[in-house]
Design a protein around this ligand. Structure first.
Ligand SMILES: O=C(CO)[C@@H](O)[C@H](O)[C@H](O)[C@H](O)COP(=O)(O)O
Ligand SMILES: O=C[C@H](O)COP(=O)(O)O
Length: 949
């Protein structure tokens, strides 16, 4: 009889502590079962990490799984693991059947991330039990304090459990008690207890590794040779002694009346299973933890090398109940020497959980990488180049995020990831695509209705998050053949409102008014205007031309109900406006414009899965981007410069609002710089970080060379390449995760916007004054000319006068722009119509500033930027030099039902915002154009140019 077979005769089952696909598929496991009498298999996260992460054996299976449809990384892993476990269980099924269910088990462990969560462990164990669907499965649950009650619950439901990570006898006894209590409950419900099996996995070699180290440490400090040798005699003894005493406890337990009552009903004892039985100390026998632990009704799960060694030179003698008194004496001796086994075993549990979590991190990162390889260009690519200091900071923070499980905590909506304020209430966007899928049929029906009704135009009225997401969709996808054209209005500029009206055919226009709160001034006044115009055009049918997207119960919803709008779509109150593009705020206009939502959501989900809670930071593109942006900003590179392919050019406007409004507060910010054309490195200061967003078909060697020049100059660059336009959906999610992560790095709450509120209050005060007096409060320019009036607050005026500002506007401009220094940014904030001519002039102005001052430049159109970058200009660091540009609106435009006109509202918004900038002590100057706006803007550009030279 071989030593392995002889073990069986001693009443001990040998299980194999190993599994791998090829090993099972090629019949190696079956051979060990047949030839060596192996009667079970155990797996754990480290074993799967080696099998899946360390080989290409699973690549075909990953490819096949992804061909059926994309899925999360953990789903992908579980599918592989479950297949392996099922196959191994099938190999062992004859043993299970032949032993009447006494042996032939295969173990699969619940996620180590859940080791400290009873409820989550129970839920996952139930799911694994169901998904594996084999009676000879044992679900592995750790014997942590929260794990023990989970064991009891699972046993009470008739689920086989392998309780793992047991080191202390005290904990083993608690586990045994939980097993008995679980069986009693199962029996009380009429369950057949003979069908339930359990093992208690008692870890061995790790105890010696830990204890021996302490003994040696202590022995080195002991002078008395006798005492030293007493200590050294304990080397390599304690793990086995501890296991022998555990077995003694087992024997006592099954001799008790409580167990006997269960045994009478056919219950099977919970066998002790020796785990961690591969020898770690090379000076010990390689079969030490097999030879010494042989006894009836036990299991030893051995790694393949130990199995081979025991087959070759093991001794199958009954050892477990030998020298038990000596074992107890050894433990007493250890305690006397001042080494606490309790402390060691407690530490080993904590370390054991961490080791398995580390292995799971490695495993999931490997699966994520394989998934990305299989997806190829279906997933937008991202490559990051960073100079050494930033790269080192990123890799250190990546490890912190991994070790603290921060991405899992982010997805678990744990406000502690940020400031511990109300962040948990604002994370609904994590579930946007799932919600989108659940509503797909409704969106498709809406789209069909829009198409069938013959609408030629869809006009979306909204601000900030509610308008910029749809704008990216309109610009990126363009008009879909046979579908209405989607246009966005996010302005109170009279000329812009008029131009928008002129661009659509009102009689066949569907208006979508989008406002989460329903109380934002701009969408409400725009709605008042267009509803009135629709009434004039289509009479009583006006309401049927309007759709509202708003959070439940908002004032807009009430208006929509009162005025008989065509449809009301509800937003999700736990999603802030700037994170809302994948929610109805993006999906409803996308549907109306004929954008393929299935394709869009499928694409978005590619990134949702890539950035999931199960994808460790190093393999998680959203986390990586967020860490780079957050750490770069912390190190002074806080100007996020967005470069994009022409086809994706509008994305920056959306990213800008997300990043600026989320991070720009408490004196910190990532300042987005959108729309600045790429230049040579000499024009950039050391405060830049670049994100280059490309459509693959827009590849350009010149552009690549320019980007490479930036990298060579030491600027961090993130290159993102999209296979096609639908990839933009992925970018929305990548940037949302990245912004949330960057917010955590900066230590701010990325979901509030305190300074936007401040300017809203000031604006309200001004419009209230208008309502009361019929005009806005008078103001006195600090300088004036035929073309311009210049305004500023007393503090800025004093500083600028001291710097040479005099009677003419040009001197003010000169003094103001002379204040710009390295690391600053210049923001040109124009409350004028956003049209190609004005955009062109402002671009020229910013380029002139950049050429002369070599600083970052931002351009914003009021009031649109107030719902976007405006937060960072007011709440961020004092590095902004603001040039506000206003103009008289000729002709103005009345708002139906209100005494204030569009021009007045816009003027109040500009002045309200300036007031807050002043209060915050910002360097700000306002130039008011008194002539024709377009000509005045061009003249201002010339004056700026002159002031700079
Ligand atoms: O817990 C079981 C079986 O129940 C085992 O799979 C157990 O996890 C392994 O034996 C140990 O993790 C191996 O530990 P070690 O040899 O690396 O110290
Ligand atoms: O980003 C959001 C804007 O501030 C508009 O908010 P709203 O959707 O509540 O109108």
């Amino acid at each position: 009889m071989t030593p392995l077979k002889a073990l069986q005769a001693q009443g001990q089952a040998v299980w194999l502590d190993f599994v791998a696909r090829g090993f099972v598929e090629k019949g190696d496991l079956a051979r060990l079962v047949a030839e060596d009498g192996v009667r079970g298999v155990t797996s754990n996260p480290s074993i799967f990490e080696k099998a899946i992460g360390g080989s290409s054996e699973y690549d075909d299976a990953i490819r096949a799984a992804l061909q059926e449809g994309d899925r999360s990384v953990v789903d992908l892993y579980e599918r592989l693991a479950i297949e392996d476990i099922q196959k191994a269980a099938d190999v062992l099924r004859p043993v299970y059947d032949a032993t009447g269910g006494a042996d032939g088990f295969v173990s699969l462990e619940v996620s180590p991330y859940l080791a400290l969560d009873t409820e989550a462990t129970v839920v996952e164990a139930r799911r694994l039990w169901r998904d594996v669907g084999r009676p000879n499965l044992m679900v592995k649950v750790p014997g942590t304090a929260p794990g023990v009650p989970a064991v009891q619950t699972l046993i009470s439901e008739g689920i086989n459990v392998n309780v793992t990570l047991l080191f202390a006898r005290r904990v083993y006894e608690e586990v045994a008690e939980a097993y008995i209590a679980g069986l009693e409950a199962f029996a009380a419900q009429g369950g057949d207890v003979s069908k339930v099996a359990s093992v208690a996995s008692f870890f061995v070699s790790r105890i010696d590794s830990a204890v021996d180290a302490l003994i040696e440490e202590k022995a080195a400090t002991v002078n008395d040779p006798e005492e030293r040798s007493r200590l050294e005699e304990l080397l390599g003894e304690i793990a086995i002694a501890n296991a022998k005493l555990a077995y003694r406890s087992y024997k006592a337990l099954i001799a008790g009346d409580r167990w006997k009552a269960l045994a009478a009903k056919g219950a099977r004892p919970q066998r002790l299973l020796w785990a961690s039985t591969g020898t770690k100390n090379k000076s010990y026998s390689d079969v030490l933890y097999v030879d010494e632990l042989i006894g009836p009704d036990t299991v030893n799960t051995v790694p393949p090398a130990t199995l081979d060694a025991f087959r070759e030179h093991g001794t199958a003698a009954s050892t477990l109940e030998r020298s038990v008194d000596e074992a107890a004496a050894a433990l007493t001796q250890l305690a006397r020497s001042g080494i606490s086994l309790d402390e060691i075993t407690d530490r080993l549990v904590t370390e054991g959980v961490q080791l398995f979590a580390d292995a799971a991190d490695k495993l999931l990162a490997a699966v994520a990488t394989k998934r990305a390889q299989v997806l190829g260009d279906r997933m937008d690519s991202q490559t990051i180049t960073a100079h050494r200091a930033l790269a080192e900071a990123v890799s250190a923070e990546t490890e912190t995020w991994r070790a603290k499980g921060l991405i899992r905590r982010l997805w678990a909506r744990d406000a502690g990831v940020w400031t511990g304020a109300d962040e948990a209430k604002w994370l609904g966007w994590l579930g946007s695509t799932a919600h989108g899928w659940s509503k797909l049929a409704e969106y498709q029906a809406f789209a069909a209705d829009v198409k069938a009704s013959g609408f030629t135009d869809v006009l979306l009225l909204g601000m900030g998050g509610s308008s910029l997401g749809p704008e990216v969709l309109a610009e990126t996808f363009g008009q879909q053949p046979g579908w209405p054209k989607l246009r966005i209005l996010d302005s109170t500029d009279p000329a812009q409102v008029r131009a928008t009206e002129a661009a659509v055919t009102l009689a066949t226009t569907l208006v979508i008014v989008s406002s989460k709160s329903g109380s934002t001034t701009e969408p409400n006044v725009m709605l008042a205007y267009f509803l009135d115009r629709l009434r004039q055009t289509v009479g009583d049918a006006a309401g049927s031309h309007v759709v509202a997207v708003t959070d439940p119960g908002s004032s807009l919803e009430k208006v929509a109900q009162r005025d008989g709008f065509r449809k009301i779509f509800h937003g999700e109150p736990t999603i802030g406006g700037r994170y809302s593009v994948l929610s109805p705020f993006g999906l409803v206009p996308a549907a109306a414009a004929g954008i393929d939502l299935k394709q869009f959501l499928t694409s978005a989900d590619v990134m949702v899965h890539a950035c999931g809670p199960d994808v460790p930071p190093a393999a998680n593109p959203g986390v990586r981007l967020g860490l780079v942006l957050g750490l770069a900003a912390k190190a002074g590179r806080d100007k996020l410069t967005m470069l994009s392919s022409p086809a994706l050019a509008d994305f920056g406007a959306w990213a800008e609002q997300l990043v600026a409004e989320s991070t720009g507060k408490n004196g910190k910010a990532i300042i987005p710089v959108d729309g600045e054309p790429l230049a040579s490195p000499v024009l950039y200061g050391s405060d830049r970080v670049f994100v280059d967003l490309r459509l693959a078909s827009d590849a350009s060697a010149t552009h690549d060379a320019e980007i490479a020049a930036l990298e060579q100059a030491g600027h961090p660059v993130v290159r993102i390449v999209l296979r096609d336009r639908a990839g933009i959906a992925q970018e929305f999610f990548r940037f949302e995760i990245a912004t949330a992560v960057a917010g955590a790095v900066l230590g701010i709450n990325p979901f509030d916007q305190p300074d936007v509120e401040a300017s809203k209050i000031k604006t309200r005060e001004l419009t209230a004054a208008f309502e009361a007096t019929g005009k806005l409060p008078a103001e006195t320019p600090v300088a004036t000319s035929e073309s311009f009036d210049v305004f500023t607050d007393p503090k800025n005026a004093e500083a600028l006068r001291a710097a040479g500002a005099g009677a003419d506007p040009a001197s003010w401009l000169k003094a103001h722009l002379a204040r710009v220094k390295a690391g600053d940014y210049v923001a040109l904030l124009a409350y004028v119509a956003r049209n190609p001519a004005h955009i062109g002039t402002l671009q020229a102005m910013r380029l002139s500033v950049r050429a002369h001052r070599k600083v970052a430049t931002c351009v914003g159109f009021g009031p649109r930027f107030l719902h976007s970058t405006g937060q960072a200009y007011k709440g961020g660091p004092d590095t902004g030099v603001v040039l506000q540009i206003t103009a008289d609106d000729h002709p103005d435009l009345a708002i139906p039902g209100q005494s204030a006109s569009f021009g007045i509202v816009k003027a109040a918004q500009a002045r309200g915002d300036f007031g807050v900038l002043s209060e915050r002590g910002r360097r700000a100057l306002r130039i008011h154009i008194k002539t024709d706006v377009t000509a005045g803007l061009a003249a201002l550009a010339a004056a700026v140019d002159h002031a700079l030279s």
